[in-house]
Structures are given as C-alpha cells and as structure tokens.
Design a protein around this ligand. Structure first.
Ligand SMILES: C[S@@+](CC[C@H](N)C(=O)[O-])C[C@H]1O[C@@H](n2cnc3c(N)ncnc32)[C@H](O)[C@@H]1O
Length: 298
C-alpha cells in the first residue's frame, strides 16, 4: 500500500524521469569521497590510497576506482586523529560554499553526525568560534565523538556544543551569526526506498509534516543570521515542498531581505531549481542533495 502510493507520488513529481531516478536511488552508492583532515600530521596513510584531487579543492580526494567502498575505513590506520572523513561528493561540495574566515561566528543548527561542518573546518584549517547544535542526545554523542576523532583540543576549545530545538535560536540569538549551516531533517527518500518497513508505512503527509518543521527551522535560522550574513539551507529530499518551496515561502515572509546566491560550484555540478540547486544520482551521479545559499540583505 505505502509502496504503491510512494511510487505514484514521485511519478507525479518527476514524470518520465522517475524510472531512471528510482533505479539510481536503489543502486549501490558510488559517489563517496574522502575529505583530508589537515589537523592529522601523520601522512603514512597516503601510500595506501589511490586517488585524484577534486578540481574544486585539493582537500577532497576522488577515488580512482569507483566502487561501493573506494577508500579503507579511516580507523584502519590507527592514528590519533582520523586522516579523512568519508561522505557523498555533493555534501562535500555544498560545504565548500560557505565563506568561513577566522573571525566568522559560525553555527550549525542541525549538526549531527557533523560531516558538512567538518569539511568547512578542514577548509579553514584555523581556530574558529562556532556553535554546533543537535537536539537528539544519541546523535549529539555521535557528533562529539566524531569531532574528538577529527579535531585537536585547541580547535574544539572554541566550540560550543548545544542540544536545543533549532527553532529557538531565532528568538534567543537574533542577528547573531555570520554564517549558518541549516541541513534540516527531511524525507530522505533514498533511505525509505532501502527500508521495506518504512516504505510500507510511507504516506504523502510525511513530507508535508516535515516541511512545517523545516520552515520553522529556516525562519529561526534566518532570524539568527546577521545582516550581510550567509545561510546554506540543505536537504537530501526530492520533493520541491521541502526544497525550493521553502525558499519561496521565506522570500514572501521576509520581502526585500532574502538574496538567493549562485556559485560556480552549484552551476557546474548541480541542476538549477526555481530557487536553489539539486544534485540527483541519475544525472549528477551524486546526492540526492538540495541546497540554497542565501544572503540576508541589510
Ligand atoms: C540531515 S541531519 C544533519 C546532518 C549533518 N548536517 C551532517 O552533515 O552530518 C539533520 C539533523 O537534524 C536534527 N534535528 C531534528 N529535529 C531538529 C530540530 N527541531 N532542531 C534542530 N535539529 C533537529 C536531526 O536529529 C538530525 O541529526
């Protein structure tokens, strides 16, 4: 029942494209990259890795042999700090979009397990004042463990790790942050498709309910952003309701305050939506990842 409704729903959104997109979503993931940890000084692992570097940033290693497990698990090398972080290429590219400098006050309101923020920090390679928030206690623990595995203590010392509902920041920290990453909880259709139980219980209202939480988070993050600051909204959802419609709603709610930015990385690797960009595995060979870079106008 849920399975049939699921396919009808996405067929109506993607039309003829759904068959090929569905096939790509259920195929083994082949877009994993390794993002090099600049805080790990032991380079012995390099001789065990066959990779080229991304044209966008030398810290992203692309596998030479494309497979489900193109790189050994980082723990294999037994180093004090893990030498690289594995994640989807689209997520790594999205994390490069944020302009982070040493004086930037950075926030990630939905942070766990922490991959995208780690990429931003690896790129900067310097101490930074940051707030990392994750309301789920289990996932907060995972975030802390990950950060301890990848970052030295002097970098961690400048971080505040909190466990609030992200919807609170707009009120309590209004116009406070220079850069905010908002990678919201979403429908994650790829996970639904790979989990028969979830697929059987799937209902179209799932996306609608999540979109209400996402919009509250987006309004809160926008309120917490300084004028002139940048916000990256992202999801791994396929539905426009959770993606471009959210940005359209924000533009309507805050007229004259929202500037949607483009970026060469988005124009090269993603496909344009009415607002923002998406990478999907059938055409871009990575993702799903929707992202929209926003500037708060003065
Ligand atoms: C897509 S994941 C974030 C992934 C993370 N940015 C990364 O790159 O590793 C979304 C996170 O939002 C958290 N979340 C759920 N409800 C939230 C809320 N009301 N406020 C803030 N975060 C929330 C979830 O627990 C989940 O860890």
């Amino acid at each position: 029942m849920g399975k049939e409704t699921f396919h009808q729903f996405y067929q109506s959104l993607f039309g003829d494209r759904w068959a090929q997109l569905h096939e790509a979503l259920v195929s083994p993931i082949k877009n994993t990259v390794a993002v090099v940890n600049p805080f790990n000084m032991d380079e012995s692992w390099r001789s065990h890795i066959q990779a080229t570097t991304s044209p966008e940033w030398s810290g992203i290693l692309l596998p030479q042999l494309v497979s489900e497990t193109p790189f050994p698990a980082p723990s294999t090398f037994g180093l004090k700090l893990s030498p690289y972080y594995l994640l989807d290429y689209a997520s790594a590219l999205a994390a490069l979009l944020l302009e982070i400098r040493p004086k930037t006050l950075y926030a990630d309101f939905c942070a766990a397990p922490g991959g995208k923020s780690l990429v931003s920090l690896f790129k900067l390679q310097q101490p930074l004042k940051a707030l990392l928030n994750e309301p789920s206690p289990d996932r907060l623990r995972r975030l802390k463990n990950n950060f301890a595995q990848y970052l030295p203590e002097n970098i961690l010392a400048d971080f505040s790790m909190t466990s609030f509902d992200g919807r609170r920041f707009g009120l309590h920290r209004a116009e406070n942050f220079d850069v905010i990453l908002l990678d919201v909880p979403c429908s994650s259709e790829r996970h639904v498709l790979l989990d028969q139980k979830e697929l059987e219980h799937w209902k179209p209202k799932r996306s609608k309910q999540l979109s209400e939480l996402q919009f509250s988070l987006l309004c809160s993050a926008f309120a917490a952003l300084k004028k002139g600051g940048q916000l990256l909204y992202s999801t791994c959802a396929l539905t426009p309701l959770e993606n471009e419609r959210q940005i359209e709603r924000l533009i309507k709610k805050r007229p004259g305050q929202v500037e949607v930015l483009s970026h060469p990385i988005l124009e090269t690797y993603f496909e344009a939506r009415s607002q923002g960009f998406i990478a999907l595995p059938d055409r871009q060979g990575m993702g799903p990842l929707y992202c929209c870079l926003i500037k708060k106008m003065a």
